[in-house]
Design a protein around this ligand. Structure first.
Ligand SMILES: Cc1cc2nc3c(=O)[nH]c(=O)nc-3n(C[C@H](O)[C@H](O)[C@H](O)COP(=O)(O)OP(=O)(O)OC[C@H]3O[C@@H](n4cnc5c(N)ncnc54)[C@H](O)[C@@H]3O)c2cc1C
Length: 437
């Protein structure tokens, strides 16, 4: 089946324009035959233009879809670049292994997770995805093939982890999995009434729970400002219950001509969501999927944002400024009259990231997303950038579609060192936007 350009889009709703779609085998057989800059496309779960390359070549990396080796004793798995984390979980969980780090959707490719050095709810314990990568193969546009690892071709290892796909085509990855006692989680949900309480619970949970994350009610104002639900969990011990299989996602049934997310619908949703998460005095034993991937139950849920899509904002700010900056960003959002559907607050730990351009820094990370309503949305996002940067923080490039070169420079002042490792035959919409290159 021929791939169509319209199938290549980002999760925020940007579509690929004037790109030539090429299979990875065709491209790597003769990269020099392609005159235009290339970029690998995984599964398009990046929100903005970091997975797009208008006017250039997009390499359809999902075609590299085989699991090549899995050692049930050591938990080492080697996969081709386009294998989805979902496929890996189905393959390894029945044998007592799990992904060491996973983002909030299982529908990302292993190379996409590496190229953005993604983080999960266990960042305070396990750091980023790249810490668990033992090796990968990188094909450069001059045709060379490099095997990279913590002790092999180190400059390319650290530049490619979190390198936004700009250092070449990853063809396969070897990952160290995490041993788990069961396919279930022991989860607690704790309602909190304000940001101070969030920071207290987060500090208490750091040492006791592998996974922590909070949902914040972005529309709560007055005495309820900063309220939310804190989720924390550990892998549950073994039980006789049958292992869970992947549930079939439910399709989002319509493509509405306008955003279904607005202050009114969100107020109702937030009320229902809070009520559906009763405070649990005792941990509940639940399958791992609803804990890690609640949004994966509904495929294409991003359609609810209407034809203009959504704009996500994620920043990380150092701990000393975190409380104040998070409050300022939430208040600014309220004052702008915008409704953020998924407002997520989490503490990043001190574990260093292996990638030169990895996003996480120790401190707090706040994620907000908005239906794209043009200028007013962009103005708010610029203000959020400003608050994050003046708190000494940074803005996440792979959740973004519009940060300015100045915001990028302030977020990653060392980017020119990274630029030295960018493959001259590679580029992306994001890279041209923030560097003018
Ligand atoms: C619902 C949802 C929840 C999310 N939760 C989180 C979260 O908790 N934490 C987090 O960190 N992220 C999160 N994300 C973002 C997502 O995990 C990342 O954007 C991820 O990198 C997407 O991977 P992908 O396979 O879809 O790749 P794409 O989005 O297609 O591409 C991502 C990057 O990888 C590069 N790339 C892909 N394949 C290759 C290859 N073979 N060789 C070289 N480069 C390649 C691309 O060029 C691009 O720069 C979430 C996204 C969604 C939609």
């Amino acid at each position: 089946m021929r791939d169509e350009l319209k199938d290549y889009r980002s999760w925020g709703g940007l579509t690929a324009r004037d790109s030539e779609i090429v299979g990875p085998e065709v491209w790597s057989a003769a990269p020099e035959a392609f005159r235009k800059p290339a970029l690998a496309y995984g599964n398009g779960r990046s929100y903005g233009d970091s997975c797009l390359n208008d006017g250039g070549v997009l390499i359809a990396a999902r075609q590299l879809g085989q699991i090549l080796a899995f050692d049930r004793e050591s938990g080492l798995i080697t996969c081709e670049a386009g294998v989805l984390l979902d496929t890996i979980l189905n393959h390894v969980v029945p044998h007592g292994w799990f992904l060491p780090v996973t983002p909030g959707t299982a529908f990302v490719t292993i190379a996409g997770a590496l190229a953005n050095d993604v983080h999960g709810k266990n960042h305070h314990r396990q750091g980023t995805f790249g810490r668990h990568v033992r090796a990968f193969e990188l094909v450069r546009s001059d045709g060379s093939r490099l095997t990279c690892g913590p002790d092999m071709n180190c400059p390319f290892f650290t530049a490619t982890i979190g390198g936004f796909g700009l250092t070449g085509l990853i063809t396969q990855v070897t990952l160290q999995l995490l041993r788990v006692p069961s396919a279930e989680m022991r989860q607690e949900a704790i309602h909190f009434e304000g940001l101070d309480r969030f920071f207290e619970i987060a500090a208490e949970s750091d040492a006791t729970h592998d996974y922590t994350v909070a949902w914040v009610d972005s529309l709560a104002d007055g005495p309820r400002f900063g309220r939310g639900v804190f989720f924390r969990a550990n892998h549950a011990s073994a039980s006789d219950l049958p292992q869970e299989r992947a549930p079939h996602p439910l399709p989002f049934p319509i493509k509405p001509p306008f955003p279904l997310i607005n202050r009114l619908t969100l107020r109702g949703f937030n009320m229902l969501y809070r009520a559906a998460q009763p405070s649990t005095p005792e941990p509940r034993r639940i399958p791992y999927r609803p804990f890690f991937y609640p949004l994966d139950r509904v495929s294409n849920w991003n359609r609810a944002y209407g034809p203009k899509g959504l704009r996500q904002f994620q920043c990380a700010v150092p701990m000393a400024q975190a409380r104040e900056a998070v409050e300022a960003m939430l208040r600014r959002t309220l004052a702008a009259g915008e409704a953020s559907f998924l407002t997520v607050l989490k503490i990043f730990g001190e574990v260093p990231s292996p990638g030169m351009m990895s996003f996480p820094i120790a401190g707090a990370t706040l994620t907000l997303d908005f239906p794209h309503r043009g200028e007013r949305t962009l103005r708010l996002l610029d203000e959020l950038d400003r608050i994050a940067l003046s708190a000494g923080g940074r803005v996440n490039p792979y959740k973004d579609a519009r940060m300015s070169p100045a915001t990028f420079e302030a977020s990653f002042p060392h980017w020119r060192e990274f630029a030295g490792h960018v493959d001259p035959g590679f580029s992306s919409g994001f890279w041209r936007r923030v560097t003018g290159g």
